[in-house]
Design a protein around this ligand. Structure first.
Ligand code: RIB
Length: 359
C-alpha cells in the first residue's frame, strides 16, 4: 500500500498542510511538531523521493554563510576560505548576502532552516539571540565570523578591530599628521564601532585632532560621496583614515578627480588590505585582516561542532591586524616642503618661460 502525505498527517495528528510544511518549509513549523511528523515518516516508511530521506535524516551536507556585502572583496576572500574548508569535508556552502539589512538577515534564517543546512556562519548585521535560538532549536550549529562572540554559546572568529584602529592612527602620527579625518561607516556595524574606539584611544594618547565623517554604508560609492564632506571641513585635515578599503578607494577616486594630489596634499589609509589595494591609482596603505584565514578557521570550528558535538568545546579565536604601508601615506613635513618647491618652481618657470613653462 502506498503511504501518502495524508496518511502521515492523520497519524501525526496534524493537517496535511502542516505535514507538507515540515518537509518544505520547516522554518515555520515548531520543532516539536516537526519531530513528531518525522517520526511518523520514519515509522511508515514514507519517502516519495530522496529529498524526503535527506529531510528525515535531519540535515543536508551544506553550510550557510551570511555576510553583509558579498561584493566587498574582503567577504569574497572570507567565502573562499569557508568553501575551501567545507569542500575538504564534502560540504557545499549557501552564500547569503544581507546588504547590511536586518530584514534580509532575519529572512535568511528561515531560508537556511528550510534548506536544512547543517551549520551557519554569520557576520551579524543585527543578529538577535532569537535568530541563533531559532537555528539551534532545529539542530543547526552557529559560528560567528568577523565578530567576537561569547564562547559559552557559540564559536567565533574575529580580528582585534580596536587595535586595528589604533595602528592606523599611530602610523599617521608617525608621519607627523596631527589633523586627521576619520571616515567611520555606520556605528551600528560592530567592526566599524570597534575601529572608532581604537581611533579615539590613539588620538587621545597622541593628542591629535580627529574630524569624523559618518557614511550610511561602507561601499566605494559612499567613499566618493564622503569627499564633499571632507572638502567642507574647516582647517582641512592632512590625512584620512577610512573604516575599510572600499571607502578609501572611493575617496581616492573623488579626490584625484578634483585634482587633489595623494599623498602630497592628503594621505589616505584604508582597512582590509583587499587584493585591489596595491593596484589602486595610488597604491593604498591599509590595515590587513587575514580574511581567508577567518573563513577557513571559522568553517573548521563549525564543522567540528557539527560532526563531534559531544566533544566540541566552543572557542573564540581573535586575530591581530597588520599595517601594510604603500604610496598613499606620506610624512606631512616632506609633503609640505615639496609643495613649497613646486610653487616656487611654478613661479620661476612662469616668469622665465611665460605660460609655456614645462611642468
Ligand atoms: O562589513 C564592513 C567591514 O567589516 C568590511 O570591509 C571588513 O572590514 C569587515 O571587518
Amino acid at each position: 500500500m502506498t503511504i501518502s502525505l495524508r496518511d502521515i498527517a492523520k497519524k501525526a495528528g496534524v493537517s496535511v498542510g502542516t505535514a507538507s510544511n515540515v518537509l518544505n518549509r520547516p522554518g515555520i513549523v515548531s520543532p516539536e511538531t516537526a519531530k513528531r511528523v518525522h517520526q511518523v515518516i520514519e515509522e511508515l516508511g514514507y519517502n516519495p523521493n530522496g529529498y524526503v530521506k535527506q529531510m528525515s535524516a535531519g540535515h543536508s551536507r551544506t553550510l550557510g554563510l551570511v555576510v553583509p556585502n558579498v561584493s566587498n572583496p574582503f567577504f569574497a576572500e572570507v567565502a573562499r576560505g569557508v568553501e575551501d574548508a567545507a569542500a575538504k569535508k564534502n560540504y557545499a556552502v549557501f552564500i547569503c548576502n544581507t546588504g547590511e539589512s536586518n530584514q534580509r538577515e532575519e529572512r535568511f534564517m528561515s531560508v537556511l532552516i528550510e534548506q536544512m543546512v547543517k551549520g551557519v556562519l554569520i557576520t551579524p548585521t543585527s543578529l538577535k539571540p532569537a535568530h541563533i535560538k531559532m537555528l539551534k532549536e532545529r539542530g543547526i550549529s552557529v559560528t560567528l565570523i568577523d565578530a567576537a562572540g561569547k564562547t559559552s554559546t557559540e564559536c567565533s572568529v574575529s580580528v582585534n578591530d580596536v587595535r586595528g584602529g589604533e595602528i592606523a592612527i599611530e602610523h599617521l602620527a608617525s608621519l607627523h599628521h596631527t589633523n586627521i579625518a576619520w571616515v567611520c561607516g555606520p556605528a551600528t556595524i560592530p567592526q566599524a564601532a570597534d575601529r572608532s574606539k581604537g581611533v579615539a584611544a590613539a588620538a587621545k594618547s597622541h593628542k591629535l585632532k580627529i574630524s569624523s565623517i559618518t557614511t550610511a554604508t561602507m561601499t566605494f560609492a559612499a567613499g566618493e560621496e564622503a569627499v564633499e564632506q571632507f572638502l567642507a571641513l574647516e582647517n582641512r585635515p592632512t590625512a584620512i583614515f577610512c573604516a575599510n578599503d572600499l571607502l578609501a578607494l572611493g575617496m581616492m577616486r573623488g579626490l584625484l578627480a578634483r585634482g587633489i594630489r595623494i599623498p602630497d596634499e592628503v594621505s589616505i589609509i584604508g582597512y582590509d588590505d583587499i587584493e585591489f589595494a596595491p593596484s589602486a591609482a595610488v597604491p593604498l596603505t591599509s590595515i590587513a585582516q587575514p580574511a581567508y584565514q577567518l573563513g577557513t578557521v571559522a568553517a573548521q570550528l563549525l564543522l567540528s561542532e557539527c560532526e563531534g558535538i559531544e566533544t566540541h568545546a566552543h572557542q573564540e579565536v581573535n586575530f591581530q591586524p597588520e599595517l601594510v604601508v604603500r604610496n598613499s601615506t606620506r610624512d606631512v613635513a616632506s609633503a609640505r616642503a615639496e609643495a613649497v618647491v613646486r610653487r616656487e618652481y611654478a613661479h620661476l618657470a612662469t616668469s622665465y618661460f611665460g605660460s609655456s613653462a614645462p611642468a
